[in-house]
Design a binder for this molecule. Structure first.
Ligand code: BGC
Length: 415
């Protein structure tokens, strides 16, 4: 049964726009931006909202990747008390739309001309049938390697350009007593590393077939076996305390020289920057070996709520989120690049420039791909099924062949 039937349906339709325009904007905002860099970034939105007369109730739910936040969201919606605005992305937006609980923000999108300033690939994620149902914040890239510059220099190591080179450097570092790979053993972090490895080893077409099309032959291919082989090698490069560690603590290991590398989306850069570390000097960034670009677009969806004050808050938030100033300041803190195409990147750092250039190249040669690990490519049931296998393999001595067999079954069962 649709959740919509469980909640009062009267709200949005019966309230006139003039009443909304006169109301004092309010918003309860559910998000999972709780690390140092993330909190600094979300504060930009909070401040802009307050300076336009809005009153913001923060609902942070800690937990990288947002799994805990999504559980909290489900509980709130089921109890008929949805938050006003929610950090939500990819196909999950459409899944919630199908439940009939999302507010339509087309009036803002049209007034602000979103279709002229957002690339079609991003705009498509924000649309539900003919309406706009989410506002995009940024473009995060997933397939990055971060490194401690001094540790690499002291050990005569450069940023890897192939997985073999990565393995050789990691082995050398390990012998020197340095943890090669800072990692947190949480399912979403395992999936983050896995998809970067899969893109690197298999290439963009392999990635597309495996994680967008769920093509059986690709899922059980020798290439997929090779991807799991590399994951087994990576498992040997993490320290013994990796289990359950939060991603930002893994980033801190790279910052303080305890570890050399981290494979993580560029919110890790937000963390380095918040700690005063300088790109190209204190820390290095390069894309993981191989072609392609895995994107992850954060966005906010508004849920249907009662009250003109909350509805006014939703419209104001949507306007601010896609606003030019917010897109610049927020993304300089967050580590991502703007979703809007017309924000000048002059004040952004060198990693952001690499990201923007690579994104343009990938967009033109067909290798711009949505991240499966960060909920951009598949519906929850399918991405969850893949991640369960990835994490089961990473945390056991399962063979690559067994992992591939399990992957095929898990994906089939999730359909
Ligand atoms: C989100 C980022 C966030 C990261 C770590 C990702 O899924 O897109 O905005 O910083 O998770 O929590």
């Amino acid at each position: 049964m649709k959740i919509k039937l469980l909640i009062a349906a009267s709200a949005a339709l019966s309230i006139s726009f003039s009443a909304i325009a006169k109301a004092e904007p309010q918003a309860e905002v559910l998000h999972w931006w709780t690390s140092g860099g993330e909190a600094k970034s979300v504060a930009v939105l909070q401040n802009e909202f307050s300076s336009r007369g809005g009153s913001w109730t923060d609902m942070p739910v800690a937990g990288g990747g947002g799994d805990a936040a999504m559980t909290a969201l489900r509980a709130r919606v089921l109890s008929g008390n949805a938050p006003t605005a929610v950090q939500l992305k990819g196909p999950a937006i459409q899944e919630w739309y199908e439940e009939g609980v999302l507010a339509d923000i087309s009036s803002v999108a049209e007034a602000e001309g979103w279709k002229n300033v957002l690339p079609a690939s991003i705009a498509n994620h924000m649309k539900c049938e003919d309406t706009w149902c989410a506002a995009p914040v940024n473009v995060h890239r997933i397939d990055w390697i971060w490194a401690n510059a001094a540790v690499l220099a002291e050990n005569g190591i450069s940023m890897p350009t192939s997985w073999d080179e990565f393995n050789a450097s990691a082995t050398k570092l390990q012998k020197a007593g340095i943890t090669p790979l800072a990692h947190g053993g949480q399912a979403w972090q395992d999936a983050t590393v896995f998809e970067a490895v899969a893109l690197g080893i298999g290439g963009p077409e392999f990635f597309r077939k495996a994680f967008l099309e769920l093509d059986k032959d690709t899922l059980q291919s020798d290439t997929m076996v090779a991807v799991f082989d590399q994951m087994r090698i990576m498992r040997g490069f993490v320290d013994s305390n990796f289990s359950g560690r939060d991603w930002n603590l893994a980033t801190a290991m790279v910052m303080n020289g305890e570890a050399a590398f981290q494979i993580m989306g560029d919110w890790a850069k937000g963390e380095f920057l918040a700690a005063g570390k300088r790109p190209g000097i204190d820390f290095l960034c390069t894309s993981t070996p191989g072609d392609g670009f895995l994107y992850n677009v954060d966005s906010f969806a508004m849920f249907e709520v009662d009250g003109t004050d909350k509805q006014a808050g939703q419209l104001l938030l949507a306007e601010l989120i896609v606003g030019k100033n917010f897109q610049k300041v927020f993304n300089m803190n967050k580590g991502s690049i703007p979703a809007r195409v017309d924000v000048a990147l002059d004040d952004f750092d060198l990693c952001a420039h690499i990201s923007a250039q690579d994104m343009a190249t990938s967009n033109s040669n067909g290798s711009l791909l949505p991240s499966y690990a960060h909920g951009m490519a598949l519906r929850g049931a399918q991405s969850g099924a893949i991640t369960d296998v990835v994490t089961a393999h990473f945390n056991s001595d399962m063979s690559s062949n067994d992992a591939v067999e399990m992957l095929l079954k898990a994906v089939a069962n999730s359909m």
